[in-house]
Design a protein around this ligand. Sequence first.
Ligand SMILES: Nc1ncnc2c1ncn2[C@@H]1O[C@H](COP(=O)(O)OP(=O)(O)OP(=O)(O)O)[C@@H](O)[C@H]1O
Ligand SMILES: [Mg+2]
Length: 417
Amino acid sequence: MDRPLPEFYTGSPVEDADLRFREAFIEEVRESLLSRHVLLTAPRRTGKTSVMNYICSNPGSGTLAIAVNVQDLEHPADFFQSLFDALHDAYPDFVRDTLAKGWDLLKKPLAHVKDFGIGEFKLSLRDSDPNWEKNWRQHGSRFLQQVREVDVSILLVIDELPDMCINIQRKDEELLRTFLAWWRSQRQSPTPSKDNIRWLVGGSVNLKGTLDRMGFVDLINDFEDMTLPILTRDEVMQFVHDMLAGREVVFEAEVPARLAEQLGRPIPLFMQMATQSLYRRWKRRIAQKTEVDPLGTDDVDEVIHELVRESGARDKFQHFYTRIRNYYPEPQRSAAYALLSMISRRSGPAGRAALYSEFVRVTEQQQSNEKEYELKRVFNELLLHLENDFYVVEIDEGGYDFSSGILKAWWAKFYAN
Ligand SMILES: Nc1ncnc2c1ncn2[C@@H]1O[C@H](COP(=O)(O)OP(=O)(O)OP(=O)(O)O)[C@@H](O)[C@H]1O
Ligand SMILES: [Mg+2]
């Protein structure tokens, strides 16, 4: 490799210089952004934020770009305040000399910054209109209008949008509808190809599925939907090879393939964790002896086995369990747990018919008189969610298995009964 060896990343987004395997996809996103707004979808822990951060910090000349994580925001007013704050953080001169021109809302915060420092901007922005929550639409429209009058392109990268939608909806469903409808109309006129504003939106929860359940999916159907590709087996093997060989680990030729096989459909985070564990195993070994055997396939198997049991790794897996509780409504929540437990107990895949019986058993406990066609609809939707969210994959005709072998083993250990 012609660059320094990347660190192991076990949770945080991968930094630009270390990001691999995404060049072609990043180019595709950039190309789409020339004429469309883009919605980036992919399951958890697969590298969305890393890709969005990369695009944000390399937006092309003449483009200002900011990225905002909106996971904890609960109101459109928070959304705009965060956007303005991020813009001010990254481009204070642009905000002061251009964006704020003739716009009173930003005057006071900017004066405050002059007196008390940059950290004061957001706080003071919040106070600059006592009715922010009522006036969010006016401020949002004014913002876009101000930007459209200047001769720069702006890329607004919004991470974890589905979470914000869910937060808003929990408090006020009508507000969510109003916000999405307002935003959509802003994305439509002018048409993106004539606009100097672009939105790149992503999130770990299935946004379409989430909004579909609320009946709002047509409010985001103008985005170009782009799916982050799954790492190929060759890429996984390349990764394992380079990360180990670059650290002077000696290993048998079958090691990368064995790890790829053990990971199943790879979740990049697990790939990183397992490779790091292999490296640590090697280091421990050479610390103890001067002559050591190369790492072999049984080391791979043991590392996977340990990862499932290790307490540090547990939080990372736990999250896959918890998010079902947070995002799947009943009766699908209980049924999701029951089905995943059932699959995890099997050595191979579970048949659709067996899954359906289990589903009926669980949901009948809760809703004994639901009509069968309704149950089937909910059942199909649930399998689709579990597939979209990467938990399971359909193997051949009608059989389902965990998509990640390592997650399956973990599930079996802690949640199978
Ligand atoms: N290109 C890559 N190569 C190797 N590992 C990667 C790559 N992209 C992501 N990862 C792994 O995935 C982890 C999560 O990355 P990132 O935060 O970008 O994903 P995400 O999809 O945004 O996650 P979340 O669903 O939590 O928001 C990283 O810590 C790293 O272990
Ligand atoms: Mg992310």
